[in-house]
Ligand binder design. Structure first.
Ligand code: NYM
Ligand code: MG
Length: 212
């Protein structure tokens, strides 16, 4: 009998409007999993260091113009470029915590008026996350946070529209966390519960695999 251990890493995606605290929570998750002796990497989209990411970075900093469709496709291409690598990492047991993913792609582009289904279609077939942790923040509250307004998209009316589009994407995979209180620790506590649950589930699946 061949014993095949199912040891796929968890793919944890963090989503939210700008300034909702995603990067801080990604770092907290990273540190938490390191403490648990898990293999873990932090990823972020857009990947501003890559070839495609550089084009996106220029656009976000208002140093270049692109049509809404073209920039949507670039964001999507940025994810496709790393999809195989992501798959390999997960299959080798590395957990990935990712700051934004295709949900941002759909929410931001459709907030401009592009067709929601078209926006979704360009990411169709990418690896699905195990959970989408959505940091829910009132766009008015986001305005008061540091560095707000430096990049394209960081305007109240647009962020409110993005928030409405995110609402349309929520499903059973999502864990929505109210982060209006701006309390890093209490927000993380809720995330931790979800992560513990996923780790436990994965262990149980592994046990099942061994018994088969
Ligand atoms: N963004 C991000 C998109 O419009 N589409 C996407 O697919 C992704 C991943 O880029 N305002 C937007 C959301 C942000 C901006 O992200 C850059 P960040 O996390 O602020 O660096
Ligand atoms: Mg931002």
């Amino acid at each position: 009998m061949e014993i095949k251990l199912k040891k796929r890493g968890l793919f944890i995606v963090i989503e939210g409007i700008d300034r909702s605290g995603k990067s801080t929570q990604c770092q907290k998750i990273y540190e938490y999993l390191i403490k648990k002796n898990e293999k873990i990497e932090q990823w972020k989209y857009p990947d501003r260091n890559g070839d495609i990411g550089k084009l996106i970075d220029n656009y976000l900093k208002n140093q270049s113009e692109k049509s809404d469709q073209a920039i949507h496709l670039l964001f999507s291409a940025d994810r496709w470029e790393k999809n195989k690598l992501l798959q390999n990492k997960l299959e080798s047991g590395i957990n990935i915590v990712c700051d934004r993913y295709a949900f941002s792609g759909v929410a931001y582009s459709s907030a401009k008026g592009l067709d929601l289904e078209w926006c979704k279609s360009t990411d169709s077939g990418l690896i699905s996350p195990d959970v989408v942790i959505y940091l829910d923040l009132d766009p008015k509250e986001a305005q008061n946070r540091s560095s707000y307004g430096e990049e394209r998209y960081e305007k109240l009316t647009f962020q409110s529209q993005v928030s409405k589009q995110f609402d349309k994407l929520k499903d059973d995979l999502w864990k929505v966390i109210d982060s209006n209180n701006n309390n890093v620790e209490s927000t993380f506590k809720e995330i931790q519960i979800k992560i513990d649950e996923l780790l436990k589930k994965r262990e149980e699946e592994k046990d099942l695999e061994i018994k088969k």
